[in-house]
Write a protein that binds this ligand. Sequence first.
Ligand code: R5P
Length: 298
Amino acid sequence: MSAAVFAFAGQMAQAGRLAQRCGVPLHPVTVRRFPDGESLVTAQAHGARTALLLRSLDDPNAKLVELLLASAALRDGGASRVILIAPYLAYMRQDIAFHPGEAISQRVIGQLLAQWFDGVVTVDPHLHRIERLDQAIPGIPALALSAAPALIAAIRRGLDPRTVLVGPDSESRPWAQSIAVPLGLDMLVGEKVRHGDRAVTLEIPGIEQVAGRPVLLVDDLISSGTTLVACAALLQAAGAGKIEAVATHVLASPDDMAQMAAAGITRIRATDAAAHPAATIPLAGVLADAIRAADWLD
Ligand code: R5P
């Protein structure tokens, strides 16, 4: 057998969809946690030459170590290449030292992944000052896919054509545009200033257009939900109709989800990049197309 998908508990359903789209088997990676916190990782290659190892790196610290152990076990078991499929990839934000002494996480983690994997695939990574993922993960194929095709397909179903699509900040403009244009939606882009992990101020130029119209907030990442709560407050004050949100990645806690609901956001949908109750939009098709195009199924 040439290629197979390998996955950890918690993402087996997503991995099963990916294996099916790729036409390859799925095998589990198991983890036993010792009382002292160490992980014993077991990953049998089952004859696969190419191991497509799926794991999103939300809550990344223990997961990263377990990934490296799984990669080593798969190689020891006969896999000649191990490709990391991390639909949500952590540590990509911190690409410079903002204050003296800060670690440049993107560089450290990118180099680590480059040492342990023969390729990396992710979706809508949070890159700021670099344009390409292979600048962060050097020397191996590093694919940054767009979730836009999957999001567009999901948004299109039952879409009210009067909907205004709102991206919360200037960084979201190209991304929001890639969704608004094919759907023929009006689009507004906010101007956001972040003051802390849970403190932002926002303006949305042209917000008067939302009066009486449905609004769809789009962002690459919903983390604490602070950004969307601030957007929703402005939109409510401007007389918007139904407010919904869609994102590539949602990592928000139940409390944060409740805050967004209280702010008037009636529905939040995201891709299944990371396991979450709102992660209902499958990425398997987007991932499988890229894996096939990269010739990793031979
Ligand atoms: C910021 O640059 C991102 O695009 C998101 O807007 C941000 O990460 C969302 O974070 P939070 O949900 O904590 O406001």
